[in-house]
Design a protein around this ligand. Structure first.
Ligand code: HEC
Length: 116
């Protein structure tokens, strides 16, 4: 009788550990699913172009010596270096982007830099 009770207790602990572990796994999965959603609303037309128009084209306009960033094609061609320049905060010179603006550019470039 005493042995029987001992086994029951071990089973109980076993299932307790299993259920706690599965809860932890669910929390982790939820966090991973949230990340792509943070980029879901980011498009070139709504997010990226207005940021560049407001912060970059005074120096990167047409006819300048620096890469021109006035159209989708020109911006897309420089997408990789635009991302690294804004993440490192080297651009814009004499200005700054908010963290949300930097995140939006990173989302757009990492998502394929589409004309969306
Ligand atoms: C005040 C003027 C100024 C502003 C504003 C500015 N830039 Fe620049 N940018 C420059 C200059 C000058 C260079 C070239 C020298 C250098 O790399 O530091 C440059 C270089 C770059 C380059 C490197 C080009 C290459 O050949 O790879 C990128 C990319 C860039 N800028 C992106 C941006 C972006 C994106 C913004 C806006 C968020 C921005 N810049 C705002 C002046 C500016």
């Amino acid at each position: 009788m005493k042995n029987y009770f001992k086994i029951r207790k071990e089973y109980f602990l076993f299932f307790l550990v299993i259920s706690l572990t599965s809860c932890l796994t669910n929390v982790e999965e939820d966090t991973i699913e949230l990340e792509p959603n943070a980029c879901a609303d980011i498009t070139f037309a709504i997010s990226v172009k207005p940021i560049i128009d407001a912060n970059c084209i005074q120096c990167h306009g047409s006819g300048g010596t620096f890469p021109e960033l006035t159209t989708y094609t020109l911006i897309q061609a420089k997408a990789g270096s635009i991302k690294s320049e804004v993440v490192s905060r080297e651009m814009p010179i004499e200005g700054s982007l908010t963290q949300d603006e930097i995140d939006a550019i990173v989302c757009w470039v990492d998502g394929g830099a589409f004309n969306n």
